[in-house]
Design a binder for this molecule. Sequence first.
Ligand code: FAD
Length: 379
Amino acid sequence: MDYKLDPVNEMIVKAARDFCDQEIMPIADQIVEKNDYPSDLLERFAKARMLGLVIPKEYGGVGSSNLNIILIVEELGKTGTVCAWPMTMNNSTAETIYHWGSEDVRKTFLPSLCDGSAYASTAFTEPATGSDPTLITTTAVPDGDDFVINGTKRYITGGNKKGYGVFYVRDGELKDQKGNITAIIVDKSSEGYSTSEPWEFMGLEGMNCVDVFFKDVRVPQSNVLGDRGNGFKILLRWIAGERIEQAGYMLGLGQAALDESVRYCKERLVRGKPMGYMQGIQWMLAEMKSKIEACRLLTYRAASVQDAGESVEVLSAELKIFVVPTVQEITRLALQIHGSYGYSKEYKVERLFRQAAHAGVVASSSEINRTIAGAALLR
Ligand SMILES: Cc1cc2nc3c(=O)[nH]c(=O)nc-3n(C[C@H](O)[C@H](O)[C@H](O)COP(=O)(O)OP(=O)(O)OC[C@H]3O[C@@H](n4cnc5c(N)ncnc54)[C@H](O)[C@@H]3O)c2cc1C
């Protein structure tokens, strides 16, 4: 068993670090202030060959691996910005379209998701439900060659950015509860498609999560992914990958929290000496480091299993059960080490702490992950 990254992986990490230094860190504060990122952000990712990472080259992709996505996401997480999210959303939504879409659908939608001219979304949450997508009420009623969609989606990342989204809708003609969810690609500039202002969260500034309103939006039936009524299966597969990407992001936040803490311990004087001399502080740093390494191994392994083509539905839930509270505790320790400065917006750890808070409730909650992993043990 080899736990080392290969030379290509190492090259990707180096490229991602350079990208973060040159393209992301200079705009990090601006994103928080404006609660938005620059409109050409995805094009910057595309130039750096960080979109369409697992999409074959013939559709404009890079033909790389899920592990390489995670390595990039980890570096983006270290910046403490939301920039990982538009990037992962384009990568994961494109992968869903590639995996389930017809040849025509692939050719129509993948190139612009890979070159960064289109922003992707994936939408299942609604005002009345997030954890149980079988209860969604947004309807798609067949009419000629189209579906006519009506309803409201909630917290849709990038729902307000031009491009395409995979939307999960209740298929009007089908009966069974799970079996009438259909996944369909919607052009976000369609007539009748509108959005709210972005939600303001305790962190993740610039996430661009909006409510999406459908008023008689016509979408060609040919935009359906897989078979009609197969949407629940498509969603479960997508969200499993999303959990691994989220773990990669958390890993980056945790590593940044440790790096900031080590630096602070060397600089800050307590009783006339750099505060790292205190054994209690060293123990905190040691605990943070060992836990980050454990998170890293689990996350890389999950991505490698995904690359091997195996199901990661249960593994990704187990991954989040460990990584989410572990990194949340690491960012809390970082804040503690910084004393009151850690509570101040002038220090990066304040932002890292707030960013980490999202992960227990987004892309399947901690309770849902326990339900998935626990039920799997009893099957
Ligand atoms: C920053 C951010 C980005 C997001 N991006 C997107 C996006 O791009 N697309 C999208 O579709 N959604 C998105 N969401 C929505 C998010 O995925 C949902 O909010 C999430 O799935 C939880 O749903 P909910 O808030 O409706 O909670 P609910 O489902 O109402 O759950 C409430 C509480 O009950 C618990 N609970 C629910 N069911 C069970 C159960 N069976 N057993 C035990 N406990 C249970 C939950 O764990 C939670 O603690 C985003 C949210 C945020 C904050």
